[in-house]
Design a protein. Structure first.
Lengths: 151, 129
């Protein structure tokens, strides 16, 4: 795992969550695990290097994020709205993270984000990891690169 | 003078955010139309009077750049101002869009950035009309 890339991913995620959804996170000092109630999303990309970004977010944070983005009470957010908010958020994190790593002249194609259903988890060793804390809830991001990719 | 705006964006949440931002901006708004991809955007342009298009780039069916190219090939739509709101980080792609006369706002956007951009490209200020 590359600590430098992890730090950049952490910063990109923190900034995006703040500016997009008014969710103010900080790097998690402890990882007590997400528990069983969380939502996951994946976005793949290709360009000078290819791979995918995975985001796992505690359901509490998903609800608040969705409510903030839509300007509604978080308890009114439907599953579809929560899923859409997750996908848009990971899309923006990825879009902001890649040029920092690849340079602003690099051209990346970011594919449509997807919600990860149970049993469809990623395997392997992540190139970078970001663990964010929000009121004792967690948001985790994992960057996986394709076999022949290097940064 | 109130303006009609078309938002072309595949994320329903993002369309809602942009719509709310526009409504809070103080800009006089007639109608806000929404489309989920470039193809739907072109269809909406055919059927309605649109003064401004706000579009994402990465969309299914037809992406934003192709929609913009088709708009500019059409005498009826080629002069409609377009604001792209996107995560696009490649300076090459951003420059290519700007060469087409498009104004670019990066996601995540601030409401002020969207408001000021709309005012600049339309020439409309608060309370006009």
């Amino acid at each position: 795992m590359d600590d430098r890339i992890s730090d950049i991913l952490t910063s990109a995620a923190i900034e995006t969550l703040e500016r997009l959804a008014f969710i103010f996170t900080s790097p998690a000092e402890e990882n007590n695990g997400l528990g069983s109630n969380f939502m996951s999303a994946r976005v793949s990309f290709d360009g000078p290097f290819s791979g995918r970004l995975i985001m796992k977010m505690s359901q509490v944070v998903v609800l608040e994020m969705t409510g903030n983005m839509l300007g509604i009470d978080e308890n009114e957010a439907t599953i579809e709205e929560q899923s859409d908010a997750m996908k848009e958020t990971i899309n923006i994190i990825c879009g902001n993270f890649l040029p920092i790593i690849g340079g602003n002249q690099a051209i990346f194609n970011i594919n449509a984000p997807q919600i990860i259903t149970e049993g469809n988890d990623e395997e392997g060793t992540a190139e970078a990891v970001a663990m964010l804390s929000f009121d004792e809830e967690l948001c985790e991001l994992y960057l996986f690169l394709d076999n022949d990719a290097s940064l | 003078m109130a303006i009609n705006i078309l938002i072309v964006e595949d994320s329903t949440v993002m369309r809602s955010m942009i719509s709310k931002t526009i409504h809070m901006s103080g800009i006089p708004i007639g109608e806000i139309y929404q489309a989920a991809n470039g193809q739907q955007g072109l269809e909406t342009l055919e059927e309605n009077w649109i003064d401004l298009v706000i579009a994402d780039i990465n969309m299914p069916v037809m992406n934003g750049e192709e929609m913009i190219d088709r708009m500019q090939d059409n005498l009826v739509t080629r002069d409609i101002p377009v604001v792209v709101i996107s995560t696009e980080g490649s300076q090459k792609r951003i420059d290519r869009l700007r060469e087409k006369g498009v104004t670019f706002v990066h996601k995540p956007f601030t409401p002020e950035a969207v408001r000021d951009t709309i005012k600049t490209v339309t020439g409309i200020g608060d309370g006009d009309g």
